[in-house]
Design a protein around this ligand. Structure first.
Ligand code: FES
Length: 903
């Protein structure tokens, strides 16, 4: 059988049953991506005789005799395809994992654009961008601010743009490794069970099986899959392979084989004898006396707050006197609000490839936000010297907090050490839903006391978070969720009580917003009802109560911390959103059933995780005047690579094209805690700024010495150092200095600043059907100085889009046996282009004195005010208070029906 792939005749036969996607990737066409196996995401789209197909659903043998074109072959000898050019110009991507498929689908469209774009792209998912930039790229709409300005502050395209749009960018699995073996995981069918015996005899006899790992092969060392700078922030409750399973989907055994099919077959042959244990799924029930105990570990060594009551972590505290505050209130409002379980749904699944280097050291190529912390954890758990473990990342296809976990690296490392062979583990999309982590489902009870003029007299929170079977980030999300949500309001009396609780369900973990989205949904919904009862405009109620410069930042505890108000733009955000909502919006649908309303909500975030976040950057001059910039932080769609280049170029007075970025490799340049908590710019960027400034000083000093003029008379330019009317080239300066001209910068993430977000909606609700239409979506963001408007706008739009998915459709549902019941994009209801409105993004004009070039964080916080703003708009339109997303037509209809019933 033969086919022509990107103009190259190929006659290798496919394996029996092989799909075109794996056939193409096996042949080295890595531009074809794997986002699912079910034709849902479109990341694998290729053309067969000019027609776009989802290659994961297309049998390879059907391509016999046909012309197959992948993104790798779309550009021709004259240069990039027009759509590739437009995706660069409009920056129609963030992580870029969906981009090859998007471009291939779009390239087959009628270019006169008679087709409905939303319909045409219904088979392509993007999780990062919110689709606006993609639609603009396809429609050839350039960003209005795409030219002019300085380097920092300019809307420069990502350095990897050309690689992303041509499929040349290498994500984690886009490498060919000689002698590679494949790992598949046998997963638990029970929510809680003790493994009595595992019979691997038949499985080991299966053809192609290299090794099988069970709990007998795993070290006893307990750890947390969550990764933080301070490993003691998280509880130690996890083994690589355990003899007790605590959720449906937990690892039971790992098979390493010569092919994925052989590994799968061996998994089917493993026989496990389980002793079923009682399970608990509800966190309130799990805290009651007599409830099944999920972990029996020692509290002191594991740091679990109270294993006997299934409490991973808890907090309790008060500032002021909340009882007195409520007594002084003219009005008290109380309600309980619940947030559902969500999946991150980054298009690149978790995966690791591991091997032994020639010197016997361990190498891991992984999809991670935290390669340095993963290196340390792997070394710790497997008792290795960290210097003998190297972790690298390619481009990472999205993370949203899920890749601040160690979910594949540990077991791949164990398998490499056991077999001596290169091992690959790549999660399927179904595994992503059943066996990784999710956003914590949280129930928040809010009690607000206020005077008649709207001044808050007391706030009390009770928060119960479902941690699932392992602690992961549960302490962190609890403390974070109760922190900024309370600091935001300057009320003198605040109280909070919170619990993160084990259950026998999928573990919860870090997710964009890190606990704040759940508490903010509750508080902002309650404040809206309070404003309504008091007859006060919701914007004015916020203005009356929000924190202002000079206020102490106090939550439920007044313990000292390193948060400062490096800038303040909340007032601007409120004004911007209020004014935008008052402007014209999409006309409301006609008819008596449609009701229109507006809603808003506010959020605040500390810009960096507490207790230390460290970054190191190194920059080195090359003789041709270029610079090599080494940073530890990785690029997973957050746009920080672009900004690092901008910062270095700005300081060094050169063009961004003269900066060569090297990132995500623990072998250099020094420690980096990782890219989470919106630190890629505010911490790692600061390290880059410091490295560039130090190098500039060195070059100027060497140049001045070479020229024989005072350093103060010298200027660093793109071609060398000028001074005293003459110039020394970089090559001359380097030769004269006799050593490499290089400098290192460090940042430790302290002090920390704060950022603000305000979201507003105008919506129409159909009282008869429950249909919801968003007529206007506007977001005010206080990001400090915006170093790259394209990238920052993309982050805001992506955060809003992800939050709208959570608010309107997404729900990872658990069945009565504790198993996830909807483990696919299609059943989970991930939003597509047609499902999302365009969001108007407005930036406050502020400059942060703590951040690099005045910037502060803006990656995760846009998520946080969206769900309450939508709930408040629905309340305004239809008179119903929804207390648990997603706000689907069914749930809106049910609430309308309930409201219509007589009391
Ligand atoms: Fe579309 Fe990341 S850019 S999934």
């Amino acid at each position: 059988m033969s086919m022509r792939i990107n103009g190259v005749e190929t006659d290798a036969p496919p394996r029996p049953g092989q799909c075109l996607r794996t056939f193409l990737r096996d042949a080295g066409w890595f531009g074809v991506k794997k986002g699912c196996d079910t034709g849902d995401c479109g990341a694998c789209t290729v053309h067969v005789d000019g027609t776009p197909v989802h290659s994961c659903l297309y049998p390879a043998f059907r391509a016999a005799g046909r012309n197959v074109t992948t993104i790798d072959g779309l550009a021709d000898v004259d240069g990039l395809h027009p759509l590739q050019q437009r995706f660069i110009a409009a920056q129609g991507f963030q992580c870029g994992f969906c981009t090859p498929g998007m471009i291939m689908t779009a390239a087959a469209l009628d270019q006169s654009r008679q087709a409905d774009l939303a319909d045409a792209l219904k088979g392509n998912i993007c999780r990062c961008s919110g689709y606006r930039a993609i639609a603009d790229a396809i429609d050839d709409i350039l960003p209005p601010d795409s030219t002019g300005g300085g380097i920092c502050g300019a809307p420069l395209p990502a350095p990897a743009s050309a690689a992303v749009v041509t499929g040349a960018a290498r994500f984690t699995m886009d490498v060919a490794v000689d002698g590679l073996t494949h790992m598949k995981i046998l997963r638990a069918p029970h929510a809680h069970a003790r493994i009595r015996a595992i019979d691997t005899q038949a499985a080991l006899a299966a053809p192609g099986v290299v090794a099988i790992l069970t709990h007998a092969d795993a070290p006893a060392r307990l750890f947390s899959t969550a990764r933080h700078q301070m490993a003691t922030d998280d509880v130690d409750d996890t083994r690589i392979l355990d003899d007790v399973v605590r959720f449906v989907g937990q690892r039971v055994a790992a098979v390493v084989a010569e092919s994925e099919a052989a590994a799968e077959e061996a998994c089917r042959r493993i026989v496990v004898a389980y002793e079923i244990l009682p399970a608990v799924f509800d966190p309130e029930e799990a805290m009651r006396p007599g409830a099944p105990r999920v972990h029996d570990k020692d509290a002191a060594t594991s740091r679990i707050a109270d294993p006997s009551r299934n409490i991973v972590a808890m907090l309790s505290g008060e500032v002021g006197d909340s009882a007195r505050g409520f007594a002084e209130a003219d009005l008290i409002h109380e309600g309980t609000y619940r947030s559902q379980r969500l999946q991150h749904a980054h298009l690149e699944t978790h995966g690791t490839i591991g091997w032994l280097e020639a010197d016997g050291s361990l190498a891991l190529r992984t999809s991670s936000q935290v390669p340095f912390l993963v290196r340390d954890a792997v070394a710790d758990v497997l008792a290795l010297d960290p210097a003998r473990v190297r972790v690298t990342c390619g481009r990472v296809g999205g993370g949203f907090g899920a890749k601040q976990e160690m979910l594949t690296e540990d077991i791949v490392a164990l398998a490499v050490l056991k077999t001596g062979r290169p091992v690959k583990l790549e999660f399927t999309r179904a595994e992503q839903f059943i066996a990784t982590t999710c956003r914590h489902p949280v129930a928040v009870t809010v009690k607000l006391g206020a005077r008649r003029d709207g001044t808050l007299t007391a706030i009390a929170l009770r928060v119960v978070a479902n941690a699932g079977a392992y602690g992961n980030h549960s302490p962190g999300i609890l403390f974070h969720g109760c922190n900024e949500a309370l600091i935001l309001y300057r009320c003198p009396n605040k109280r909070a009580e919170g619990f993160s609780v084990y259950t026998n369900t999928l573990p919860s973990g870090a997710f964009r917003g890190y606990g704040l989205s759940q508490t903010i949904f509750a508080i902002e919904s309650a404040l809206d009802d309070l404003a309504r009862t008091l007859g006060i405009d919701p914007f004015d109620l916020r203005r009356r109560n929000v924190i202002r410069p000079g206020d102490a930042m106090v939550s439920w505890s007044d313990h000292p911390h390193d948060v400062e108000m490096g800038s303040y733009g909340l007032d601007q955000c409120l004004n911007l959103v209020e004014a935008a909502l008052a402007e014209d919006a999409t006309p409301a649908p006609g008819g008596p059933d449609w009701a229109v309303g507006t809603g808003m909500a506010v959020a605040m975030i500390d810009t960096i995780p507490p207790r230390g976040h460290y970054s190191t950057s190194r920059i080195t001059l090359a003789p041709d005047g270029g610079y090599a910039l080494e940073v530890g932080t990785v690029e997973f769609g957050n746009g920080t690579s672009t900004v690092h280049v901008q910062i270095a170029a700005d300081v060094l007075g050169t063009g961004p094209d003269r900066i060569r970025l090297i990132q995500g490799d623990t072998a250099r340049p020094g420690h980096d805690t990782g890219a989470f908590g919106s630190t890629g710019i505010v911490v790692a960027g600061l390290a880059t700024e410091r490295a560039a400034r130090a190098l500039k000083e060195r070059i100027l000093a060497c140049g001045a010495a070479h020229l024989g003029v005072p350093e103060t008379a010298c200027r660093l330019g793109p071609h060398g150092v000028e001074g005293g009317g003459t110039q020394a080239s970089f090559a001359q300066i380097m030769a004269a200095s006799g050593a490499a001209l290089s400098a290192t910068g460090h940042a430790d993430g302290s002090p920390r600043s704060v950022a603000f977000n305000v979201h507003g909606f105008r919506v129409a609700v159909n009282r008869g059907t429950g249909e919801l239409r968003i007529l206007k979506s506007v977001h005010g963001a206080d990001a400090g100085a915006v170093l790259n408007p394209l990238q920052c706008r993309g982050q805001v739009e992506g955060g809003v889009a992800q939050a709208l998915g959570a608010a309107m459709s997404e729900h990872l549902r658990i069945g009565p046996d504790g198993a996830v019941v909807n483990p696919s994009f299609r059943a989970y209801l991930l939003p597509r282009l047609a499902d999302l409105p365009r969001t108007q993004v407005l930036f406050a004009d502020t400059f942060d004195r703590l951040g690099p070039f005045g910037a502060k964080s803006m990656s995760e916080s846009p998520f946080n005010p969206v769900t309450p703003a939508l709930a408040n708009a629905i309340r305004d339109a239809a008179g119903i208070r929804l207390t648990e997303p997603p706000f689907s037509p069914d749930s809106i209809h049910a609430a309308l029906e309930a409201a219509a019933q007589p009391d």
